[in-house]
Design a protein around this ligand. Structure first.
Ligand SMILES: [Zn+2]
Length: 439
């Protein structure tokens, strides 16, 4: 796969189709050296990692929101493979947001209940929201976003504004919250990477890299979601908005090479759409690929966004009374959650709370300023803490714990950062504590 000369026939085919050729060296984050350095840095964190007892009365469960399965037109994922991926990545709550369509009812037909220890909750990605209603919405045609939200919220459902980058001007009253990170939105600005992924030649060349560093090459898309967080801070100024991460997991980027006849192979994308037909001989290592295979067989498959990697990349950790749909809904309603890029390190045990002599209030709580009030944080690794008040950094420190005496009311949230291969990288985002001035 490394020999570029051998790829020339493919290159010609690809160029004839007008595809832009992006060179691997332009995609700096995907350079093998860089991937190896990131890989080493992530491994090295394990030696420092310390298990932390969960403070407070709740149990922590990792959730993935905005997951698509084969119910959605742009995914072929089966529930078995998604649940298997959840288990490998420490996820015990899967919240689906399928694209609604005529051929099914996302609420009634959607994945629901316990499967293999993983709690499944059906929902839709529709009209700009992640909607988790408590009833079927079949036949319902909401007017404005406000009408739609009111309808779902009025019956006890959850509504999160999705893909904030497309709706920064939305002011929908009474929503549960917003996506504060969306993997697909993060990916959209990676123009060079996208061009490369659309290019079968590049994909064939990238095979070795993706096989060696599956998570590092997937998570190379991670940036600090500055626009999302700025908007979130603004929205929280008017009312609490629970921040969640959106995996937007589809498992639909990659390619499959199928031997179709004689010397011909068909290159399809991960959804089965034909990209190009070419001579099998043009594929590097084609002799080995054909060994023991027959015409019609799959010769080669490369997936860049398998569920395992997209679910591990980022997750929303919930503080629950128990593992049930009711408890999940309560915690999201209350903002008792934090978002973590767990591909860097397991964030279990992270804490951010308001503490007085007699009381402890979890993330998402609304409280009134009192004497002796302080904010406390802990993380399972030494981190760079950034404490923000109304969107502005008011304190930075280094260590496993954070302690900050509160002298001013405001919305406080914490960020924990790690140094990864020379780059300070966001690891954890807490939900805010909403501290009102005393009467
Ligand atoms: Zn989606």
């Amino acid at each position: 796969m490394q020999n570029i000369c051998k790829l020339t026939p493919l290159l010609v085919v690809t160029m004839a189709l007008g595809t832009t050729i992006a060179r691997a060296d332009a995609l700096t984050k995907l350079e093998p050296k860089k991937l190896e350095a990131v890989h080493q840095a992530v491994q090295a964190l394990r030696a420092d990692w310390k298990a932390l007892p969960r403070l407070g009365p709740f149990r922590e469960h990792r959730a993935n929101l905005h997951v698509h399965s084969r119910w959605s037109h742009d995914s072929r994922g089966t529930i078995d493979e998604i649940v298997a991926a959840a288990k490998v990545t420490g996820t015990s709550v899967l919240m689906f947001n399928e694209h609604p369509a005529e051929y099914y009812d996302f609420f009634k037909d959607g994945h629901q209940g316990m499967k293999d220890g993983v709690l499944l909750i059906p929902g839709a990605e529709s009209q700009g929201f992640l909607a988790f209603p408590t009833m079927s919405l079949r036949g319902v045609t909401p007017g404005t976003p406000q009408d739609y939200s009111d309808l779902v919220r009025g019956r006890g459902g959850l509504m999160f504004v999705s893909h904030l980058e497309e709706r920064m001007d939305w002011n929908v009253r009474g929503v549960t919250g917003v996506e504060i990170y969306n993997t697909h939105a993060d990916f959209k600005d990676e123009k060079k990477m996208i061009a490369a992924l659309r290019n079968p030649l590049w994909l064939l060349q990238a095979t070795e890299m993706v096989r060696r560093y599956p998570q590092e090459s997937y998570s190379a898309l991670q940036d600090y979601p500055a626009d999302y967080l700025k908007r979130w801070d603004e929205l929280c100024a008017s009312a609490p908005h629970t921040g969640v991460s959106a995996n937007d997991a589809h498992q639909n980027i990659g390619l499959v090479v199928r031997w179709v006849a004689g010397d011909k192979a068909r290159v399809e994308d991960a959804l089965g759409k034909l990209l190009i037909e070419l001579d099998v001989a043009a594929i590097p290592g084609s002799d080995g690929l054909r060994k023991g295979k027959q015409v019609g067989d799959e010769l080669f498959r490369l997936l860049l966004d398998p569920y395992e990697n997209s679910l591990r990349h980022v997750g929303t950790h919930l503080l629950l009374t128990e593992l049930s749909e009711k408890a999940v809904r309560e915690s999201l309603e209350a903002g008792r959650a934090f978002v973590a890029f767990d591909w860097l390190a397991n964030s279990t045990g992270f804490d951010f709370a308001a503490v007085t002599e007699s009381q402890r209030l979890e993330m998402g709580s609304q409280l009134v300023m009192t004497r002796g009030l302080s904010l406390r944080g802990q993380a399972p690794l030494p981190v760079h803490w950034r404490l923000l008040r109304n969107g502005k950094v008011v304190e930075e420190s280094v260590g496993r714990t954070l302690s900050f005496p509160v002298v001013e009311s405001g919305n406080y949230r914490a960020e924990a950062w790690l140094d990864i291969a020379g780059e300070r990288t966001l690891w954890i985002l807490s939900n805010p504590l909403y501290i009102a001035p005393p009467d």
